[in-house]
Structure formats: structure tokens, C-alpha cells
Ligand binder design. Structure first.
Ligand code: AMP
Length: 218
């Protein structure tokens, strides 16, 4: 059986979740979003949630030990018969080394977005407080303002989608996550894709660059 293992990287608001979701649904991959796992823990008041809440709200990176534990436990579930796409990890050099020691990777997708566009997108982002569905008030607004199309839940802003936390997150990205891309580039894993076109167009480009069957909206 063919198992595919991908990493998706990109600055905040570059559409990692959307693109990973499209790829995962079509190829039967498990979509692992480390930020979503942390947010679930915060929302459900777990011990892990209490440990990461403040760090996340400030836009800083959570400690490597906690992150690696989450990734290790998630992948140890082995529910990924056809493979996985991991989003939001690795975010610094130590995490990249940990990952490369334990798993081989088939490709790294890098979504490329200028910082100016990041601000516009992130400040317009809303999440459903019920089911976690992602909206954007510019490009993908709900039918009824403030309500989730899927479950009717209230749409909220992520606690770290503020100007202040975003500035910290961007700094963390450029300082700590960009060097990870260099590590992956040296191994010739990386395909860089322009994150500005429509989501379907970006997905098509990702498929082409990874030699995967084309994306069809059905
Ligand atoms: P995201 O949803 O990917 O933007 O992640 C939200 C927040 O979760 C980040 O700003 C960090 O505080 C934390 N986080 C997610 N993934 C990682 C990671 N790989 N390393 C450290 N912190 C992370």
C-alpha cells in the first residue's frame, strides 16, 4: 500500500488548514493540525490546555517537549493507513530534527504569502466556537453573519488573531520556522506554491508539483 507523508508550512493565514484539508479528504490522509489540538485542549480545559493557553494567546511557540509529546502521541494512534499531512509542525530546528529522526517525509508544501497580505487575512479570520470551522470575512464569509453555516455555532476571533499577537507570531515564524525550510530544502523536499490565488487553484498547483492526480471539485 502506498503511504504518503507530507508537511505543510507557511505563515499565518496562508491557508495551510484549507489546503491540507482538501488534500487529506481526497487522498484519505489524516490531517494533523498541532494548533487545532492545542486549541481543543484549551477549550476543553485539559491539563495540557492550561499549560499552553497563555503562550498561545501571546503568539509565542509552545515548548518543544509539549509539542513533541502531542505529535508523538497523535502519530502513535496509527490511524493513518494511507498517510498523513501535518500542519503547524515542525516550527523550529529542534522539532525538525526530532521529526526527521522518527519519520521519513515524501514532500514539504510551502505556501508563500507576503506579510502584508497576512495581516489582512488573519484579522478577517473567524472560527466557529462549536465545530471549529474556519471562515474569512473577506473571501469566505458565512451566509448568516456571525453564525456557522455547518452547525449554527457562534463565530469568534481566535485569541491570537490580534495585531499584537500576530506581530509576535510572524517574528517567531521568520526567526525560527524559516530555518526549518532551509533544512528541508537541502533535502530537496520542498515545493513552494503561491498562496494568493483561489484555494482550488492553489490545490491544483500543489497536486501538479507533487505528481499527484489532479484535484476535481465533486
Ligand atoms: P497555529 O494554529 O498553527 O497557528 O498554532 C497556534 C499556536 O499554537 C501557535 O502560535 C503556538 O503557540 C502553538 N503551536 C502550534 N504548533 C506549534 C509548534 N509546532 N511548536 C510550538 N508551538 C506551536
Amino acid at each position: 500500500m502506498f503511504v504518503r507523508k507530507y508537511v505543510i508550512m507557511g505563515v499565518q493565514g496562508s491557508g495551510k488548514g484549507t489546503q491540507a484539508g482538501l488534500l487529506a479528504a481526497d487522498l484519505d490522509l489524516v490531517h494533523i493540525a498541532v494548533g487545532d489540538i492545542f486549541r481543543w485542549n484549551v477549550q476543553n480545559h485539559t491539563k495540557l490546555g492550561a499549560q499552553v493557553r497563555r503562550t498561545m494567546a501571546a503568539g509565542l511557540l509552545v515548548s518543544d517537549d509539549l509539542v513533541e509529546g502531542v505529535v508523538r502521541d497523535r502519530l502513535a494512534q496509527h490511524d493513518w493507513n494511507y498517510g498523513f499531512i501535518i500542519d503547524g509542525f515542525p516550527r523550529n530546528q529542534r522539532q525538525a530534527e526530532f521529526f526527521l529522526e522518527s519519520y521519513d517525509i515524501d514532500g514539504v508544501i510551502q505556501l508563500d504569502l507576503p506579510d502584508g497580505e497576512v495581516h489582512r487575512r488573519v484579522l478577517a479570520r473567524r472560527l466557529c466556537s462549536g465545530c471549529g470551522m474556519d471562515y474569512n470575512l473577506i473571501a469566505n464569509s458565512p451566509h448568516q453573519p456571525g453564525r456557522c453555516d455547518a452547525c449554527g455555532g457562534t463565530l469568534v476571533r481566535r485569541e491570537d488573531d490580534t495585531e499584537e499577537a500576530l506581530a509576535v507570531r510572524l517574528r517567531e515564524y521568520h526567526e525560527k520556522t524559516n530555518p526549518v525550510l532551509d533544512i528541508f530544502r537541502r533535502k530537496e523536499y520542498v515545493v513552494s506554491v503561491d498562496a494568493r490565488p483561489a484555494p482550488e487553484q492553489i490545490q491544483q498547483e500543489i497536486r501538479k508539483r507533487l505528481d499527484l492526480p489532479p484535484y476535481s471539485q465533486s
